[in-house]
Design a protein around this ligand. Structure first.
Ligand code: BGC
Length: 357
């Protein structure tokens, strides 16, 4: 494979030079940055595409964005194609954190710097930088919102809570869960928060592929098995897609009326569907992660690496990817509910109100 790629790259160069010699129109001289996003199905990945394209274009690059279509193999082969086409650098947000090792090795063999974006590529020694969110901070933000709004720290309770966590194959989900459990554990221990299903461990609360319909089915079975004689007061749902899945389940058994209000539900990403749900009084909160900052951090780092320079990071932490510590810049999350939605999303120009139509 290595030889094939090299041969193809050489062929491309020869053809390019021949085209220039013939005076024909050569392709742009701009260097190309390849961006690989896990799926196109999330509102957030459209923002990732928009901001990464904006900053990299402003820096003088051409940008090639490819989507993994929610499949690790499709993602790996589209990255392989970008390597073959001679990109100068790669920004990868893996669909499955453990499945990028081989393709990143191929990039390394072709002297193409690679950085992780949003989710860390695991088990590779060829990644040094990661543009990330404060992952544990996101989980903590969701859990703290529940604690504050139920009033458990002031001695109210006991309250019933269920946990609908993210995809166990996504490295981020482990951190979201840990951040949330650090906040919830004292209240679970003193009994002011109770999980009637008993499903607390990450392995049993995870939602494969972050699939809202899987979250919905799991919630259906929790409600019909453990809530025949009680009400759920809060559901820690770890992103917007699974929050909407859980809310559909809750509504199907009568929650959402004046005598049976919906429980507190949490999310992240500020998906438009969830913003509409928050404004309609259904989903309670989401976490705002400013993708423009995430994208700018990534663009700055890949630009330095392509130029052969050491990226200048003002503040960074590290995440271990299984074989090494990777330097990460973090975006700080903010809780968003109906009270600060206008200020964070619309007054700031992050979204336009037309998107709500
Ligand atoms: C991202 C979240 C997203 C989830 C599902 C996570 O890795 O950090 O923003 O909701 O994947 O795509």
């Amino acid at each position: 494979m290595k030889k094939t790629v090299r041969r193809l790259m050489v062929t491309c160069m020869v053809l390019g030079m021949a085209a220039m010699a013939l005076g024909g129109c050569s392709s742009s001289k701009k260097k190309v940055i390849g961006v690989s996003l896990p799926t196109q199905d999330l509102a957030r990945t459209q923002k990732d595409q928009e901001y990464l394209t904006k900053y990299l274009t402003e820096m003088g690059y051409e940008v090639n964005v490819q989507f993994g279509k929610g499949d690790a193999n499709i993602q790996a082969s589209s990255i392989e194609n970008m390597i073959t086409s001679g990109v100068a650098g790669l920004i990868i947000s893996p669909f499955d954190s453990s499945s990028m090792t081989k393709v990143i090795e191929l990039a390394h063999e072709n002297n193409i710097p690679v950085i992780s974006y949003d989710s860390l590529c695991l088990n590779t020694e060829y990644i040094d930088y990661y543009s990330a969110d404060d992952l544990e901070g996101i989980g903590a933000c969701q859990a703290q919102y529940i604690v504050d709004h139920l009033g458990v720290a002031e001695g109210k309770g006991p309250f019933n809570i269920e946990i609908v966590a993210g995809d166990p194959a996504d490295n981020n989900a482990t951190y979201f869960y840990k951040g949330a459990m650090d906040v919830l554990s004292p209240y679970l221990e003193d009994g002011s928060l109770v999980v009637p299903s008993g499903q607390i461990e990450f392995a049993v609360c995870g939602t494969p592929e972050w699939d809202g319909s899987k979250a919905q089915s799991r919630m259906d079975s929790i409600l019909s098995t453990y809530y025949t004689d009680k009400r759920v007061d809060a559901v820690l749902t770890q992103n917007d897609g699974i929050a909407l899945g859980a809310i559909s389940s809750l509504k199907s058994v009568g929650y959402g009326s004046s005598d049976m209000p919906l429980p507190i539900t949490t999310g992240q990403d500020c998906d438009i569907a969830s913003i509409k749900s928050i404004l309609a009084g259904e989903q309670t909160m989401t976490v705002f992660k400013d993708i423009s900052v995430l994208a700018k951090n990534a663009a700055d780092v890949i630009d330095s690496l392509v130029k052969g320079e050491e990226p200048k990071l003002e503040n960074y932490t590290t995440f271990n990817n299984g074989v090494k510590d990777v330097k990460a810049t973090l975006v700080i999350p903010k809780a968003l509910d109906k009270d600060n939605c206008d200020e964070l999303l619309f007054d700031s120009g992050y979204y336009s109100k037309d998107m709500l139509k």
